[in-house]
Design a protein around this ligand. Sequence first.
Ligand code: C2E
Ligand code: MG
Ligand code: MG
Length: 680
Amino acid sequence: MSKNSSNNILLEKQVEPLFKATMSGGLANIFCAGLVLLFLNNSPQESNAIILSISIILLSVIRIFIAKHYLKYGTLKLENYIHLHVFFTFLIGVVWGVFAYMQLYFDDESLRSLVILINFGLIAASIATLSTWMFAYLAYMIPQSIAIFYVFVNIDSEYHLQMAGAFCIFTGIMIDTSIRFNRRLITELQLIADLNNEIEIREKVQDELVQSKQGLEIKINERTKELVDANAHLEKVIDKKEEAEKSLQYLAYHDELTGLPNKNLLVDRIDQSIRTSSRESQKMAILFLDLDRFKNINDSLGHNIGDILIQEVSSRLHGILRSVDTVSRNGGDEFVVVLERLKNSNEAVYVAKKIIDCLTDSFDIHSHKIHIGASIGISIYPTDGAAPLILLRNADTAMYRAKQAGGNQLQFYDKSMSNQLRDRLELESELHTALENNEFYMVYQPQINCSTGETTGFESLIRWNNSQYGEINPERFVPLLEETGLIYSVGEWVVTEVIEFVRQHHDSDVTYAINLSVLQFNNYQFIEFVKNEIEKSGINPSQIEFEITESLLINDFDKTKNFLNELHSLGCAIALDDFGTGYTSMNYLARLPIDVIKIDKSLVRNINTNKNLKSIVTAIVTMSKSLGMRNIFEGIETKEELSVVQALKGNIIQGYIFSKPLLAKDVDLWLTTTQDVGQA
Ligand code: C2E
Ligand code: MG
Ligand code: MG
């Protein structure tokens, strides 16, 4: 609180009793004035006394009005109320002074005494009502005191002189009393004001405390809520983190596509199995499984179908294995099965065969009938290794052998395989530089008309002569070309090489066959490439024949048909190679642009020992003729085989009986030499 405002309050408190006592003070004055009027008794100064009494009554009423106005309304400034009050008090004091003065002239002794008494009484009594404001008291008592003193001094008597002295003492006592009264009041008021001030400050502090307590409570509540929220959020984050950790942990140990254990978990399981098997002196088998032809399916039908196929393979495997066996996916089309507690290796053979059988049944995926097979390599603990990674590597090596042997079969690991694997890896690295080192060359195997003995065409066959390994068989390196993806560039090199060879020979009646790998199939850029090469060389496109294998036809018939039609529309012929070794439905043949059927050597080789085979081959020849296709018998080596083909009325023969594949430089010589079938 400011000092000014506190002073103002003190002033208010000080004058408040002054104004409150005005009523009683006023009534006392009115009463006294009335008393004088009653005692006038027809004195000569009656009229003056009446005027004075009425004046006192009126002034007292005005003063009461001022006090009431302040207390009720207080619309004027406090100072103005005080000045007015003091002024009217002074006027009342003056009128009473005039009364006192006039008593000199009052004949009536009793009236004189009454007025003196009234003066003394009012001076004394007004201490109580006026001394709270000293000016008011002094303004009231000084005019009266002067008048009384004057009267006492002017009356010539010893008694009145003594009275004047006594009055002086009385006045002094009254002033002293009023001053003390006033001071005490001011001190008390100050005290009260200080106390009020203190109380006010305390109340304010109390209020502030309450407010800050409330604010604090609100803040605590808010903070608590924030903490609760933050806690809930934290719990959620922790939950999510745990979930993420769980799924990360799951992913770290499982294959996402199939939900099977992955290689990490597999290694753990093998490790555990090794311990159990060693404790219980039992055998354990690792079956390393790789799907046959999966790559073709993925390339030709798309990854979606490839993925579904993998999932179906996974569920078929689950279906036939015991719950104690572990099946895991290593990635791609590789699966590993761990068989525990085996008494002998035959149990592993039994399971591997069961797996091969269950995967040989066709898969129906999105209206595609898909045929795959499985190549399985088996390694046995403790014979083939005592550590998970060694057992896995050895089973993988055995699997590779199963694949090399034609797939869809099982193979046990033996130590010599590891050396072969190493060779294979070295061969693979040599293959990468073979094209730029000009290590490939083409040979041409003649195809002879059965009835005329004329050479109708050649099959071009690739050869690889490596500085380190010498001549390498295509059956060994063509699969490697496919695995490494080099088949695309090497395939184009073959096309360029053969077309260039044809261009140089100008013999328009002879056809030249080019073998196509499964991977080149469905690659429309390849068709574009062939088209450009043919146009560039200016050769007759009908001299080029493309050989495709039967297995191609079984995956996506429509896609195959489109591809073949495109190739065929270039003017090139299409031959179906190795016929009789796959699953081709005769129904398909009629709907595809196939010009030649090449009957596989395995059919002719066994024809004399297998009667059914003879009728099958007879049917193939008849069918091919009725479909307007030429037939070529491959791999005819002996006269017996030749006479069988002649009896079957085959069209064309390709075999060692006439010629092995010829070097390019020998083709001309071959063509100029007449070959006589009868003499062969
Ligand atoms: P293929 O297309 O069935 O080729 C016929 C294979 O039979 C050739 O083996 C040929 O030399 C062999 N052959 C021919 N007559 C006889 C015979 O009377 N007796 C025996 N035992 N074999 C005979 P080659 O040249 O070793 O080729 C093997 C396979 O390699 C081919 O089988 C073909 O699938 C693949 N191949 C060869 N050259 C190429 C090529 O340029 N590109 C592609 N993609 N594959 C090729
Ligand atoms: Mg061929
Ligand atoms: Mg063939």
